[in-house]
Ligand binder design. Structure first.
Ligand code: ZN
Length: 399
């Protein structure tokens, strides 16, 4: 990014100058300009404007869909300064914001608060109750709380925090003489997408309203695609759609990315391979009904998993979401087969040894998976007959 810095700065100054002239030219007044003198929260040219105030898609699992502040991407340790004189009302750490400082201001007849989040240490430079000057260092840029990289999240609360309401920090500061856009090294595009794409992070209830007391409409599996609109939600709940039907899901179960962690169960014994191919080395054989951990990676019909401390690839058609109860075998686009391991195996009418025998299967005979499994029993078809076999007697490896 260093090589672009000079050019971007020159361009931004030109734009800022043009805007300034245009505003003066049409005689737009800035009534609050004299009301409060403010200082930039970060030194000039140390930050980029990354995420703006307003509706947005959740940038990280469990985050807000309405951005109440302005994000400044900056190096860890960059000095964070009080934007106006005031009294520290909070200094320490809190869930979500991480290490934070809040300052109450009463300047030029105006009451407002400034909130600085994701700091390295909220109590390193100031204490609760302490009076600070405009421009005084009150923290260091960090990445604590719900954050993916070092940045300052700044909120302005008109009327004070938490009783007042947030305003756009960029326009608040600009109307008081500090144009943060012209003091940055780069400004990311300010766009709001029409729709957000999320994935469920776990098997989760989608409800008819924003709370646990509302009716459960459906229960999507992990890593199912959910759509939402920027800003659509209430408190900790997000208003979303799944296959065109709308409902509400708690924010903690929605993520902008695929969740690699999760447990699956093997439908038969199967090989853990070094690569996504039947010709690659077998690292080990995983027994039927074993728990495997999902890892990021799906190639054709191969899923990357972890088992017994080893990472590798297995046939995605032979792992399942749950151990018990009705479930859908994954990748139902094609038929899934397993082979009989013992010399003889009874195909039974139901998922229990107490049910009647349908037919006796022999070693290496092939059975086709049907859609359901119960308590380690899989419904299969062989030679036109349908019945149940215990999955531990099946293997996914063709003899
Ligand atoms: Zn932010």
């Amino acid at each position: 990014m260093g090589s672009f810095r000079g050019r971007a700065t020159t361009w931004l100054l030109a734009v800022a100058t043009a805007l300034g002239l245009a505003l003066t030219g049409v005689g737009v007044a800035a009534p609050a300009q004299a009301a409060a003198k403010v200082a930039a929260p970060l030194p000039d040219r140390t930050y980029v404007l990354s995420s703006y105030y307003g509706p947005r898609c959740m940038p990280i699992a469990g985050s807000s869909t309405y951005h109440q502040g302005q994000d400044f991407g900056a190096s860890k340790g960059t000095a964070v300064r009080a934007i106006a004189p005031g009294t520290v009302s909070r200094a320490g750490s809190v869930r979500g914001f991480g290490e934070w400082v809040v300052i109450d201001h009463s300047t030029g007849g105006e009451r407002f608060s400034s909130l600085y989040a994701h700091l390295v240490d909220g109590t390193k430079h100031v204490k609760k109750g302490q009076k600070v000057k405009r421009g005084q260092r009150i923290g260091d840029v960090g990445s604590t709380g719900t954050s993916t990289s070092p940045h300052l999240h700044l909120e302005i609360w008109q009327g004070g925090y938490p009783g007042g309401s947030t305003v756009d920090p960029l326009s608040f500061m600009k109307s008081r003489g500090v144009d943060l856009r012209s003091l940055s090294t780069r400004n990311y595009a300010r766009t709001t997408p029409s729709s957000c794409k999320y994935f469920t992070t776990a098997k989760v209830n989608m409800r008819s309203g924003p709370g646990e007391s509302y009716q459960v409409l459906r229960t999507p599996q992990p890593n199912v695609v959910i759509k939402g609109k920027p800003g659509a939600g209430s408190g900790d709940w997000r208003q979303v759609t799944r296959n065109g039907r709308s409902g509400w899901i708690h924010k903690n179960y929605l993520s902008p990315g695929y969740t690699s962690q999760g447990t699956r169960y093997t439908l038969s014994s199967l090989n853990l391979r070094a690569k996504a191919s039947t010709s690659s080395k077998v690292k080990r054989t995983i027994p039927a009904d074993a728990q495997v951990t999902m890892l990021r990676g799906l190639k054709g019909s191969w899923q990357r998993v972890r088992y017994g401390g080893q990472n590798g690839w297995v046939s995605a058609q032979h792992i399942s979401d749950t151990r018990d109860g009705a479930q859908v075998v994954r990748n139902t686009s094609g038929n899934t087969y397993s082979w009989v391991r013992p010399s003889t195996l009874q195909l039974r009418e139901g998922p229990s040894t107490s049910t009647a025998k349908v037919v006796t299967l022999k070693r290496d005979q092939r059975v086709r998976h049907l859609a359901t499994m119960k308590n380690g029993w899989l419904k299969v078809k062989h030679g036109g007959k349908t019945g149940y076999v215990a999955t531990r007697y099946l293997t996914s490896n063709r003899p």
